[in-house]
Design a protein. Structure first.
Length: 317
């Protein structure tokens, strides 16, 4: 599978501040890649350089095999759509006019443009506002309109910077359902602070920290490596130490703690067993009987699924 995006040894500084320090990453065609990291990690800088909107200090950036150079026309520009975190439109134009303008810039056939314009206005809940000036749109409506402009030409590559930051939960679900449908058809690179969304929709992810890549790979592989599944057990508070001692002796327990998960604190009487994936079924079958036979009263017992929040907290705390 060819790569839609290739970044090698990318560096960027603003004065004495290093925004990116040797970033390298690839995004394969037809996949969805989540770009995550704390504020100031370099996500937006990476996207701006990738689009030719900012100059790099050093490194190589390729889109569909062609190098991106600041100040030069973007290669394959009609194959690419971009949405900034806070899209801005001419406020005297209507939503319908904005989509019409974008479609013409992409050279879309008039019939195709009209069909997709109507479909996307309905899909993003803007049908009743289609003839209203953008000045009357809320921030959420502007973000919906921005997403509609990106999906309008059915691009080969979508680059989205915090695409659902202004949307309600229903709107977020709609957007990520569309991204799911694009898998195998278009390539998507998107940044987001909503880690549940990244985990649900992404094939791969890249995590940045202080301008450096700290994690890259398929989502499932990242979860297995950095956030093993755990078993959550609630016992009487006075039995906590005894329960931890018994659990620590179990051959499938990699670790036992009262930490709710990588910096999130714990609850009295609750402990967590970290278990390797290969031993999880045995652990689920045998841990509870072992604790009960050891005289521990267990009031809650269950599996805790690995999630990206745990990975994020582990690496950034």
């Amino acid at each position: 599978m060819a790569d839609a995006i290739v970044i090698k040894d990318l560096h960027k500084s603003y004065g004495n501040t290093k925004a990116l320090s040797g970033l390298s990453m690839n995004v394969a065609e037809g996949t969805v890649c989540g770009l995550i990291g704390p504020n100031g990690a370099g996500k937006s800088t990476t996207i701006r350089i990738l689009l030719g909107l900012a100059a790099k200090d050093k490194g190589t950036v390729m889109l569909f095999g062609e190098e991106v150079v600041f100040g030069k026309e973007l290669p394959s520009k009609r194959r690419i759509a971009y949405l900034p975190q806070d899209p801005v439109f001419p406020e005297k134009h209507t939503g319908e006019e904005i989509l019409d303008l974008v479609g013409k810039l992409y050279g879309m056939d008039p019939r195709t443009l009209a069909f997709r314009q109507n479909m996307l206005l309905r899909e993003f809940g803007l049908q009743t506002a289609r003839k209203k000036n953008v000045a009357a749109y809320s921030r959420g409506m502007k973000q919906r309109l921005g997403l509609a402009t990106c999906f309008l030409p059915e691009p080969d590559l979508l680059i989205l910077d915090e695409p659902v930051s202004a949307l309600d939960p229903e709107g977020r679900v709609e957007v990520f359902n569309i991204l799911q449908e694009l898998k195998g058809k278009s390539t998507v690179l998107f940044s987001s602070h909503i880690l549940d969304d990244v985990q649900r929709v992404s094939d791969t992810l890249v995590m940045l920290k202080e301008g450096r890549k700290v994690v890259e790979g398929p989502v499932d592989d990242v979860l297995r490596k950095f956030a093993p599944e755990r078993i959550r057990v609630r016992v009487r508070v006075e039995d906590t130490e005894k329960a931890m001692a018994l659990a620590s002796e179990l051959p499938w327990a990699i670790g036992v703690s009262t930490d709710a998960g990588l910096g999130r604190g714990g609850e009295p009487g609750v402990l967590y067993l970290e278990v390797s994936p290969d031993n999880m079924e045995v652990a689920l079958e045998e841990t509870l009987p072992r604790l009960i036979n050891g005289g521990i009263k267990v009031t809650e017992f269950g599996r805790v699924k690995a999630d990206l929040e745990s990975v994020f907290m582990k690496i950034n705390t």
